[in-house]
Design a protein around this ligand. Sequence first.
Ligand code: SDX
Length: 445
Amino acid sequence: MATKTTPLTEENTGKDTVAKDTLSITDNRTGKTYDLPIENGSIRALDLRQIKQSPDDFGLMTYDPGFANTASVKSAVSAIDGEKGILTYRGYPIEQLAEQASFLEVAYLLIHGELPKQAELDDWDHQITTHTFLHENVKKLMEGFRYDAHPMGVFVSTVAALSTFYPDAKKLDDAECRMHQIQRLIAKTPTIAAFAYRHRIGLPYMYPDNSLSYTGNLLNMMYRTSEPQFEPQPVLEKALDVLFVLHGDHGQNCSTSSMRGVGSSEADPYCAMAAAAAALYGPLHGGANEAVLRMLRQIGSTSNIPGYIKRVKNKEVRLMGFGHRVYKNYDPRAKIVKKIADQVFEVTGRNPLIDIALELERIALEDDYFISHKLYPNVDFYSGIIYEAMGFPVEMFPVLFAIGRTPGWLAQWQEGHLDQDQRIARPRQIYLGSDARDYVAMEKR
Ligand code: SDX
């Protein structure tokens, strides 16, 4: 017969009834039953520690590789409904923001939690615009990279280096100081991106032109040559701005949880964001847009698709740009990216890779392997095709992702810093190594 323990609810009813919002667990090793409170659809992992076999037992933990079912934070920045394929930023549907808001407006929303009034947006725009320049020594540092350095490696390193230029960034409890760093980082990421690109192609770095829009200025710093004034192509400028909106934030993805993790040790936001960008670089995450383009080029024609799908099902390769930890339906961002493609192609000409991508999607979505694994196109599947059509080299794709994600990283970092629940991130482990043993002298090995 299981013996009852005192329910873990705040108010102990005293009666032998168990509060509704609890989980009753019986430890069959001891016959004891525990009632754990359920809050926000979860139980607190620490409540499991009381489940022991003996008083000196450590107690139960959860084992969750990749954190597939573990909430490490409470957040209000963005919400994803993976089953329905819904994404909202601060409650606003991504479709409406992509259609009606500029990237800087969305960046304001992510950071401040509310849409800006016109005066607030004008001031925000001014603050960002006046921080686009990099210290000349940062430029010198970037010039030290190998001639063909991958721009994402340059981006990660340069963001970290900014930490040495802004020592005041360590005043994390000063709201004004935090906002100053947030504005600096949002403002400078396009400049870092463009300088990394110009370094790689051996052209002189093009300085910001603050008469242009945020996105127009990036295009200016990347593509301007000898013309006195750069005129961004309006369709491409708008398409890129929407792509930045779509990448703004996305819950506790790998790079955001890296940002929060490093931020939890109270490192400054530049170091935290360098860690986030490093995580994003991986081909399973933000580097997927680059990997998709290489995959489509490797497939080469629609006639080769069946053979490639076969290799995917044999687990020899992955279908890059497909699948998601959270979305078990079509990534809503991918739908919007697909629509943008047509607008861009009207200006740039059709990128033939789109035909391979569309046929790959058609075949995959009819195939039992992809249906049973709930694998759908994610944000990275089509974005690279557009970036390539717009003239960006494939190595710049993850850097473009990083520019779009910067306000989300910073909003999440600040939310983590202000969350009284939060402590330094320090997961536990299940140790399966050797038992304690004595050192063996060299001659006896
Ligand atoms: C982003 O988290 C975010 O929100 C990320 C992101 C954001 O905005 O921050 O949305 C941006 O990173 C999008 C994802 C970009 N990555 C890719 O497109 C790379 C290809 N996709 C995957 O490698 C994979 O789908 C992940 C990394 C996205 C998700 O990995 P999970 O959730 O850990 O899934 P898994 O690797 O455990 O796979 C589960 C099963 C496996 O098969 P079984 O062993 O169970 O039979 O699905 C298979 C996998 O083999 N699978 C794939 C696949 N993705 C998963 N099989 C073929 N091709 C794929 N792409």
